[in-house]
Design a protein around this ligand. Structure first.
Ligand SMILES: Nc1nc2c(ncn2[C@@H]2O[C@H](COP(=O)(O)OP(=O)(O)OP(=O)(O)O)[C@@H](O)[C@H]2O)c(=O)[nH]1
Ligand SMILES: [Mg+2]
Length: 283
């Protein structure tokens, strides 16, 4: 089994920084975690990628092409379609065995995929899903990590809209999923306290805040209440705050994701000698 985190989230939400941070943390713990850049428009990141989509196609290729004439957004979608069509290239990079950054057994591979900030790739287009299916066929177990800037999550209305974005990704990708609030180190101590409330959201406090003074809240109070109750009753969406300055916070998050991926648990399962699970039974 190999392990993959698919790092998604709106533009500038901190995906590439998250990848560097996780890789660095893992390295400090003597773990080999690699990063693959799948953002064809990436200009700058601080990790050394295992593989880079820009070796296959660059956003400029799609924008400057005489026939295609894409703008930046359409161009990006095109690049990801191109990647899926040229999946053999990616397969060679990940499974070819000639990549000098791949050390140890392919069985222990743990790879972070740094994705572009075009959220529609994961909310309703099919490329995100297709990528995950490809990875599964190459023996990866995957988890989607949805990054959201915590600075936008300090009032009720923004919480609802951030939550809906996370839900769209969850519904479209149908994968094990974790939501991460990034840039917590930038919040004031008041804002941090405010954030606490949204980590274990309850509909009443959300409503209390939303109905006061905002046009949307007053007009659609019932809708907001229904959404709030839905989120609360089904524990649909939860957020994990990430403070990049705090090693413990990074370590806790990695631990959570490891557990979602069941990383390192296979050995225990073998020892316990469970009955063979029924076909299609994931748990
Ligand atoms: N202080 C602080 N800054 C952060 C953090 N995460 C990201 N940033 C900053 O936020 C900006 C955007 O971060 P990126 O990691 O490039 O975000 P991204 O989601 O990869 O952006 P795109 O790939 O353009 O969608 C950069 O200036 C980062 O330095 C964080 O945890 N703390
Ligand atoms: Mg990035």
């Amino acid at each position: 089994m190999r392990f993959a985190q698919i790092i998604v989230g709106p533009a500038g939400s901190g995906k590439s920084t998250y990848c560097s941070l996780m890789q660095q943390y893992a390295m400090d713990c003597k773990r080999n975690v690699q990063v693959v850049n799948l953002d064809p428009a990436a200009e700058h990141f601080t990790y050394n990628p295992l593989t880079d989509i820009r070796d296959l196609i660059h956003l400029d290729d799609a924008m400057e092409d005489e026939e295609l004439h894409y703008g930046p957004n359409g161009g990006l979608i095109f690049c990801l379609e191109f990647l899926i069509e040229n999946q053999e290239w990616l397969k060679e990079q990940l499974c070819g065995g000639e990549n000098e950054l791949m050390v140890g057994e392919p069985d222990d591979d743990y790879i972070l995929f740094d994705m572009p900030g075009q959220i529609e790739l994961f909310t309703h287009l099919k490329m995100g899903r297709q990528l995950v299916e490809l990875l599964e066929s190459w023996n990866f177990r995957t988890c989607v990590v949805f990054c959201l800037d915590s600075q936008f999550m300090v009032d009720g209305a923004k919480f609802i809209s951030g939550t809906m974005a996370a839900l769209s990704v969850m519904a479209n990708m149908e994968q094990p999923h974790i939501n991460v609030l990034t840039k917590v180190d930038l919040l004031s101590s008041d804002a941090r306290k405010q954030l606490e409330m949204y980590l274990e959201p309850d509909a009443h406090s959300l409503m209390g805040e939303l109905t006061i003074g905002t046009g949307f809240g007053e007009k659609y109070a019932k809708l907001t209440q229904a959404i709030g109750a839905l989120i609360e009753d089904f524990s649909l969406v939860r957020f994990f705050p990430l403070d990049s300055q705090d090693e413990e916070s990074v370590g806790d998050l990695l631990l959570q994701i490891d557990s979602i991926l069941q990383y390192g648990e296979d050995a225990d399962v073998n020892v316990k000698d469970f009955d063979e699970p029924e076909e299609g039974d994931q748990d």
